[in-house]
Every structure is written in structure tokens, then in C-alpha cells.
Design a protein around this ligand. Structure first.
Ligand SMILES: NC(=O)c1ccc[n+]([C@@H]2O[C@H](COP(=O)([O-])OP(=O)(O)OC[C@H]3O[C@@H](n4cnc5c(N)ncnc54)[C@H](OP(=O)(O)O)[C@@H]3O)[C@@H](O)[C@H]2O)c1
Length: 337
């Protein structure tokens, strides 16, 4: 393993993505400015957002001020956003991406991801999870991943994004894109943490030159609150506490670090980028502080053994309580593959 530093990147082709980025799901517009400034000051040069997080406009106005202050330039920052499910068709990609760029006050993105392989009806752009009169999700079963990908490729041609990728896709869906694309997906963003290590999928991506970003790397402790706020029952929802794991605590103690450091350090040593979310300035700073220690081989193996496979999935899969599984009826519903 080459030495990991705050400037380390995961790369493919011309894409150089900083190995740690700031996650912003559930970060409210009011919280964004403080969070972004704390992140930039701490050394983050990578920001992850999505149309569906409803904070792109706040990120845009905060970034504008940050760039104007001369703290950093646009070119020094790596910015990812995502196409929401109602945009999952060729002609809608451009419409949604233009709106994201307008809100983010940017000329281009570094990475644009298809957020989820399943599409929904595009009832009205501001409604990213449309439901019918009976409250049922308006799934668009006609999602054509190859046509959608052509729409993504067109955005690279138009210069709106430097790279394109996918999120929450399974191996078969990625293979289908790889077999038919003109521009290869540069990145896959998936749920990935010590309890769901996605070893087969990560190996597959490495073999195929697709970089991987681990979302919910700390175990997404805010997810239950998110479901409750959305009126989704949390009864039976899987809640895991990777930061409380005795193995992680013990290893943290060995290095005089916090469990959160060990969770993130393991993932970057494993070869993926991480995007921990926080809006708390001291936790934002703390999460970046993972470059002054290294896991021993034995510690790495112990953490590797904490993988529970599908039993470690938190955000939802077929038959699980959660948000994603509201789309189980879609032919491209991905988990498990
Ligand atoms: N592509 C997708 O479908 C998808 C899905 C989920 C997430 N994501 C991306 O991945 C990012 C990260 O995932 P996530 O937000 O689900 O979960 P996460 O980063 O694993 O955990 C975030 C939660 O942990 C808390 N936290 C952060 N640092 C902490 C620390 N050092 N000690 C204790 N608690 C800490 C945060 O609260 P505070 O804010 O109060 O610190 C927040 O509640 C998202 O923000 C988003 O950008 C993408």
C-alpha cells in the first residue's frame, strides 16, 4: 500500500478523487455553510451531494463565498452530485443536471452519478419521490439503463461533468453498462462499512477500473431519524453501531485514536474513498484526522472479519425495513443482486 496522506486520491483515467470527502445527506441548508467552511479548513477537497438532498442551492451559495474568499479555487475541489430517480431516462438527465449546476453555481461537476438504478415517474421536478393518490410510489418500470447511460455520456460530451458513474447498482447492472458503454463509469458509490464490506463487488470494480466510494462509512447513525421524519415505520429496521464494536474500540485504543478514525482508516486502506457526513465542525475536523496512524496486518484482518455480508446492510434491501425497499417492485431494484 502506498502511503496515505490528506492528498491521496482514488483515480482512473483523468479522474483524481480525494480519498475522503464530506457527505451531506440530511445536512439542512441552514447547516451547510458552517459544515463546508469547517471541512475546507480541515483539508477536505471533496464534497458529495445529490439533487435529492435538497441542499444544492445552499452548497452553491456557500461555495461561491468560499471561492470569492480565495481560500481555495474551484479547480482544487472535487464535487459530486447525483441524478434523482425521476430523472432516470435519456431526455431527463440533461434537465436535472442543468438544474443541479444552476443551484450549485458551477460550470461543471467532477462526477455525476445515477443515484439509483430504478426510475420513477417525473411528475414534477421538485418531487423526487412521487406517490399516487393511494400513497404508493410512482415507479417507472420502463427504466432502460443503457438509454439512460447514453444520456449520461452526452453530459460529458457537453462539458457539464468531467466524469460519470453509478450508485446503488449491482454487479450485473454495472456489467451491462461496461459491455455497452462509450464512456466507462469512473465510479460506483455504495453502502460500505465494516459490517457490509462488499468484497466481491469491490474486487469486481477494481478489475474493471471502476473506483469505489463508501457511503455510510460510519454506520449512518442518522438514518433511523430520517425514516421517522419521513413517516416510514422503523419497526424491524436494522440498526448497527460500528463505532461501538469492541474490536474497533480495542484497535482505536491501541493507536490512541477514536473508533470513528479506525472505521474510516480501514476503508481507505481497503482501497475505497470515504464520505463521512457531519455538520458538527469538531466531528468534521476529527473525521479527517486519519492520516497519522496505520493499521497492522493483524488489525486489518480482524476488521475484515467483521463483515456480515448482506446481514450488515443498513439502508435497505429486498425484504428489509427502510426507504429503498419501497421500490422493490421495480425490475431494476438492486439489492441483493
Ligand atoms: N448514494 C447513496 O444512495 C447514498 C446513500 C447514503 C449516503 N450517501 C452519502 O454518503 C454520506 C455518508 O453517509 P451517511 O450520512 O448515511 O452516514 P455516515 O457518514 O456513516 O454517518 C453520519 C452520521 O454519523 C454522525 N457522525 C459523523 N461523524 C461522527 C463522529 N466522528 N462520531 C460520532 N458520530 C458521527 C453524524 O452526525 P452529525 O452530523 O451530528 O455529526 C451523522 O448522524 C451521505 O451524507 C451522503 O453524502 C449516499
Amino acid at each position: 500500500m502506498t502511503r496515505l496522506t490528506p492528498n491521496s486520491v482514488v483515480s482512473v483515467g483523468n479522474m483524481r478523487m480525494p480519498i475522503i470527502g464530506l457527505g451531506t445527506w440530511m445536512s439542512t441548508p441552514e447547516e451547510i455553510d458552517i459544515a463546508l467552511n469547517a471541512a475546507i479548513d480541515a483539508g477536505y477537497r471533496h464534497i458529495d451531494t445529490a439533487f435529492a438532498y435538497f441542499n444544492e442551492a445552499a452548497i452553491g451559495s456557500s461555495l461561491k463565498k468560499i471561492f470569492e474568499s480565495g481560500k481555495i479555487t474551484r479547480e482544487e475541489l472535487f464535487i459530486t452530485t447525483k441524478l434523482p430517480m425521476p430523472g432516470n431516462r435519456y431526455e431527463d438527465v440533461e434537465v436535472f443536471l442543468k438544474k443541479s449546476l444552476e443551484d450549485l453555481q458551477l460550470d461543471y461537476l467532477d462526477l455525476y452519478l445515477v443515484h439509483f438504478p430504478a426510475g420513477m415517474v417525473n411528475k414534477d421536478m421538485s418531487n423526487i419521490f412521487p406517490t399516487d393518490d393511494d400513497g404508493k410510489p410512482m415507479i417507472d418500470r420502463s427504466t432502460d439503463l443503457l438509454e439512460l447511460w447514453k444520456g449520461m455520456e452526452a453530459q460529458v460530451d457537453e462539458g457539464r461533468t468531467k466524469n460519470i458513474g453509478i450508485s446503488n447498482f449491482n454487479k450485473n447492472q454495472i456489467q451491462k453498462i461496461l459491455d455497452n458503454c462509450r464512456i466507462r463509469p469512473a465510479n460506483l458509490q455504495v453502502e460500505l462499512h465494516i459490517n457490509l464490506q462488499q468484497k466481491e463487488l469491490v474486487s469486481f470494480c477494481k478489475e474493471n477500473g471502476v473506483t469505489v466510494v463508501a457511503y455510510s462509512p460510519l454506520g449512518s447513525s442518522g438514518y433511523k431519524t430520517f425514516l421517522e421524519k419521513g413517516g416510514i415505520s422503523t419497526e424491524g429496521a436494522r440498526v448497527l453501531h460500528p463505532m461501538e464494536d469492541p474490536v474497533i474500540k480495542e484497535i482505536a485504543k491501541n493507536h490512541n485514536k477514536q473508533p470513528s478514525h479506525v472505521l474510516l482508516r480501514y476503508l481507505i486502506e481497503y482501497g475505497v474513498a470515504v464520505i463521512p457526513k457531519s455538520t458538527n465542525p469538531s466531528r468534521i475536523k476529527k473525521n479527517f484526522d486519519i492520516f497519522d496512524f496505520k493499521l497492522t496486518e493483524e488489525e486489518f484482518e480482524k476488521i475484515s472479519a467483521l463483515d456480515r455480508g448482506e446481514g450488515g446492510r443498513i439502508l435497505g434491501g429486498r425484504g428489509m425495513v427502510g426507504f429503498f425497499n419501497l421500490l422493490e417492485d421495480h425490475p431494476e431494484y438492486p439489492f441483493p443482486k
